[in-house]
Design a protein around this ligand. Structure first.
Ligand code: FES
Length: 148
């Protein structure tokens, strides 16, 4: 009896329903929701919302150190944005939702294109493609993102 109880606690819902004879098509894995790449930042203690449409990020925080060099990038998951350093005075900001099917945490960057490993699609980091781009201004080490 204990083994059956343990099984029911640990098995995913579709497996339990299938065991009981109830067909259901659903993936058991939640890897996409929990997997984050090494360039992910998910805590926004240094980011502040001045109002509902703007976000200020203090780049002095060590978690944003990848943005110090040109082509450095990161996925700021708690704000759902991708950031990439274009030059000393420009950081571009994109929505981290893949235009294909919306995956937010499967990104890599090769210096000019973001690639979503979910289905392998690539998007130029130039604010003219399908990856949604936000206006961002850099003043010293303060990056202000305008979501309006
Ligand atoms: S969801 Fe990104 S390529 Fe399909």
């Amino acid at each position: 009896m204990k083994n059956r109880r343990d099984f029911l606690k640990t098995a995913c819902k579709p497996v339990v329903l299938a065991t009981l004879g109830i067909p259901l098509i659903e993936a058991c894995s939640t890897d996409e929701e929990t997997e984050m790449n090494s360039n992910s930042v998910d805590n926004d203690q240094t980011a502040q919302n001045n109002n509902s449409s703007k976000l200020e990020i203090n780049l002095d925080d060590d978690r944003f150190k990848d943005l110090k060099q040109v082509s450095g990038w990161l996925n700021f998951t708690s704000e759902n944005i991708l950031l990439v350093r274009i030059s000393d005075d420009e950081i571009r900001v994109f929505d981290n939702a893949c235009p294909h099917q919306g995956a937010r945490n499967r990104w890599s960057f090769d210096g000019s294109n973001f690639t979503c490993s979910n289905h392998g699609n690539s998007y130029a980091a130039n604010c003219s493609g399908s990856l949604r781009c936000y206006e961002a201004t850099l003043n010293g080490n303060i990056l202000t993102v305008d979501f309006s």
